[in-house]
Design a binder for this molecule. Sequence first.
Ligand SMILES: [Zn+2]
Length: 376
Amino acid sequence: MSERFSFTLNATDGAARTGVIHTPRGDIRTPAFMPVGTAATVKAMMPDSVRATGADILLGNTYHLMLRPTAERIAALGGLHRFMNWDRPILTDSGGFQVMSLASLRKLTEEGVRFSSHIDGSKHMLTPERSMEIQRLLGSDIVMAFDECPALPADDKRVAESMQLSMRWALRSREAFGDRPGHALFGIMQGGVTQELREESAKALVDIGFEGYAIGGLAVGEGQEAMFGVLDYAPGYLPQDRPRYLMGVGKPDDIVGAVQRGVDMMDCVLPSRSGRTGQGWTPRGAVNLRNARHRDDPRPLDEGCGCPACRSYSRAYLHHVVRADEIIGSMLLTWHNLQYYQDLMQGLRDAIAAGTLDGFVAHFHAQRAEGDIEPL
Ligand SMILES: [Zn+2]
């Protein structure tokens, strides 16, 4: 097992790339989808089950974990991997995005963000230095620089000032991270949907130097067309030999479009969250299992899927447990959705390696255009 963090690019197809991120805790095949384990759990899933879907890495949320159970408590109990019984790589966000979206009484200064917990109102301060300390206490393998991100739409002046603050925080994050072999620090590009700001942000980050680079500030309300517009140029400003992570994305068609444009890593709560609301994702689109059309349907949710929900249960059963609010409904649909996402990533990796991505993407869209199977 390698004791260092490194990235090997194995093949490209157009702007799309496939490779492997090597970490002391195991390899991450790219393009990678990272299930979100907000509060030290991927909700409704055992860690072994998450791994069985093909996930190589999980995401944990600094904001949630610092408030409950606290990073210090997790560190005293042996770190996040041991605490949640996941021994493979973990990426943690910096807390910057969630403090701005979840906390109350926020006060943003050059130093950082002072805020009140959404759980008990307690007062906290997040700075680049504190974010690095928390992520070190958690034992995160991939640490994210502390940044600030305005909701879009925002005027150019606000986006520029925010980006420049994030670049000063990126430098402070780099200095506070220190020398930690086997662990990586990723910088986060900001700049909204303005190309000049994205380029300026990328240059500032590359000057500082990071083990990987994230494209932040997207999937915050700008829409898919605007997001793809940024992804048409933004990955090109980043070094070829470092992984590129698009934060908070997305729906299956967002993922496919991002991979086509050169993104290597993504994360999103969508497959797990929608699994808890009765929604199943298949190659033919999203299926609402609450719908009465499934009540007498003995067929699997997706006959091409190898997950337990599809292998052992009917649409009628899934409909029943979802309508009855049985816990197994969330368990089965979360497993299925994570399996669908990981199968999609495997399909993308294989197609890029074979140089057949265009055909794969055409087939992906054709299947979705067909819609769900006809009712019985
Ligand atoms: Zn399935």
